[in-house]
Write a protein that binds this ligand. Structure first.
Ligand code: FES
Length: 83
């Protein structure tokens, strides 16, 4: 199970955390991997100027926008190409 957390602190919210969430959700649905991903919201991660902040397992990824979601999804979620 891969843990994907998205920061919903006020700064990340203003920087588009919801559109990042929706973009991830759409991909998770498209690839039908709902049972493999634990998707959750986080409070402020203390790195507001570099938002949107997401975490995949323990790896922090900064400056995420909805345009970058597919790239991140491909690399970090689909990774080894098992899907
Ligand atoms: S609001 Fe996301 S890091 Fe502070």
């Amino acid at each position: 199970m891969l843990k994907l957390s998205i920061c919903f602190g006020s700064a990340c919210h203003l920087q588009g955390a919801y559109s990042v969430l929706n973009a991830f959700k759409a991909l998770i649905d498209k690839y039908e991997i709902q049972s493999e991903i634990d998707l959750e919201g986080n409070f402020c991660q203390g790195q507001c100027t570099e938002g949107v902040i997401i975490k995949i397992n323990d790896e922090i990824i900064k400056n995420v926008s909805k345009e970058k979601v597919f790239e991140i999804f491909k690399d970090k979620v689909l990774g080894g190409g098992q899907y």
